[in-house]
Design a protein around this ligand. Sequence first.
Ligand code: ZN
Length: 62
Amino acid sequence: MAAILKACKECNFISEDDTCPRCGGTTTKEWQGYLAILDYTKSEIAERMSIKANGRYALKVR
Ligand SMILES: [Zn+2]
């Protein structure tokens, strides 16, 4: 089975780790919505969410 994906409470970055590999924040399994940013420089959503790197993000983190 695939590992459980978790989202960072600080930056919404999705990973399989207990701490965010990007910002060191706490991650949680309680998240909704999946957003893949392939080119954040061209993404309006990335700009709105202040995303400054490509990757997978959660839309909502509880
Ligand atoms: Zn983070």
